[in-house]
Design a protein around this ligand. Sequence first.
Ligand SMILES: [Zn+2]
Length: 48
Amino acid sequence: MARYRCGKCWKEFDDAQLKALPGVRCPYCGYKVIFMVRKPTVKVVKAI
Ligand SMILES: [Zn+2]
């Protein structure tokens, strides 16, 4: 499940909240610019 952040009010929400709305927009303020937020996973960089 991906998380998203509004480009205006900067609140975070997830897939379920986004899909509950018609179209892609912020569920809080209705702004249409949404950024995908990557999960705080630990990146493993392999040294070759
Ligand atoms: Zn918003």
